[in-house]
Design a protein around this ligand. Structure first.
Ligand SMILES: [Zn+2]
Length: 256
C-alpha cells in the first residue's frame, strides 16, 4: 500500500512525500530541499516528481536543488514564478503516479494560479488524497493575496464536492489557530468546540493535525460553511450571500 510521509519544515510548513511503487516518491511543495533529502534517505526513496501548488517561496525553494540532485520532474501551474518547472499543468489534467492518477484542480484564490492535486482512489488505496497547499487548511483557508472572495469561495466549494472520505493534506500547520478563531466566531457550536479540544490534545502529545478529511472540513471549517444560516447568524449577517459572509470571515481572520 502507498503511504504519505509528512515533513514539518520552516516553522509551520508541511512538505509531503508520497510513496508508491515500493521505492518511488513524489514530493509536494518542497520549500526546504534538505529536509526532503533527509526523509528520502531515511525511507530509502527515489524522487520522481515534485508537485507545486503555488509559487510562494516556502512551497518552491527546494524544488530546483532537488531536481538537480535527483533528475525529478517539477510540475506546477505557473511557468514564470516556479523555478525549474518542467510541465505547466491546467485544470483537469491527469498525471500518473504509479497505479494512481493525480488530477489537477485549479483553485484560484490565495494566488491566481494556485492548484490543488487530487489523487484518485485506486485498488488497495480506497481514500482519495487531496494536496491543498495554501487554499484549504485544516479548519481554515489561505489569505486572498491575488484574487477576490468570489474566486476563493468557488475554489473551496469545488474541493468540498470531492468525496467525504478524501484525506486532506494542507500546506501549513495553522490548525490550532484556525479552530481558536472558529470557536470565537461560533462559541455555541459544539462540533467546532470538540474539534478544538481534539486539536489541543493532539498538539499536546506532539501529534500532527493532518490529514483532515473533506467531511471534517465541511462540518467544522467556517470558510466552507459561510453559506449556512448558522454562520450568517453568528456574524449578524442573516440576509448576506455566502460570498459576503466569506469575505467578512476572511477579513476578521486576517486581523485575528
Ligand atoms: Zn502561499
Amino acid at each position: 500500500m502507498d503511504s504519505v510521509i509528512t515533513i514539518p519544515a520552516l516553522g509551520d510548513n508541511f512538505i509531503y512525500l508520497y510513496r508508491y511503487n515500493q521505492n518511488d516518491s513524489l514530493a509536494v511543495d518542497p520549500g526546504d530541499g534538505s529536509s526532503v533529502l533527509g526523509a528520502m534517505k531515511k525511507h530509502g526513496l527515489n524522487l520522481r516528481m515534485i508537485l507545486v501548488t503555488h509559487h510562494h517561496w516556502d512551497h518552491v525553494a527546494g524544488a530546483a536543488g532537488l531536481k538537480r540532485k535527483t533528475g525529478c520532474k517539477v510540475i506546477g501551474a505557473d511557468r514564470r514564478n516556479i523555478p525549474g518547472v518542467d510541465s505547466v499543468v491546467a485544470d483537469g489534467q491527469i498525471l500518473p503516479a504509479g497505479e494512481r492518477k493525480v488530477r489537477v484542480i485549479a483553485t484560484p484564490g490565495h494566488t491566481r494560479t494556485s492548484v490543488c492535486y487530487y489523487m484518485e482512489p485506486s485498488a488497495g488505496n480506497e481514500n482519495g488524497i487531496l494536496w491543498t497547499g495554501d487554499t484549504l487548511f485544516a479548519g481554515g483557508c489561505g489569505r486572498l493575496l491575488e484574487c477576490d472572495a468570489q474566486a476563493m469561495t468557488n475554489s473551496l466549494q469545488r474541493l468540498a464536492s470531492l468525496p467525504d472520505d478524501t484525506l486532506v493534506y494542507c500546506g501549513h500547520d495553522y490548525t490550532l489557530e484556525n479552530y481558536e478563531f472558529a470557536s470565537g466566531i461560533e462559541p455555541g457550536n459544539q462540533i467546532v468546540k470538540e474539534r478544538l479540544d481534539r486539536v489541543r490534545q493532539l498538539q499536546a502529545r506532539g501529534k500532527l493535525t493532518v490529514p483532515s478529511s473533506i467531511l471534517q472540513e465541511k462540518r467544522t471549517n467556517c470558510f466552507l460553511r459561510a453559506g449556512t444560516p448558522e454562520l450568517k447568524a453568528a456574524l449578524g449577517m442573516p440576509h448576506s450571500t455566502a460570498v459576503e459572509v466569506f469575505a467578512e470571515l476572511r477579513r476578521r481572520k486576517d486581523i485575528f
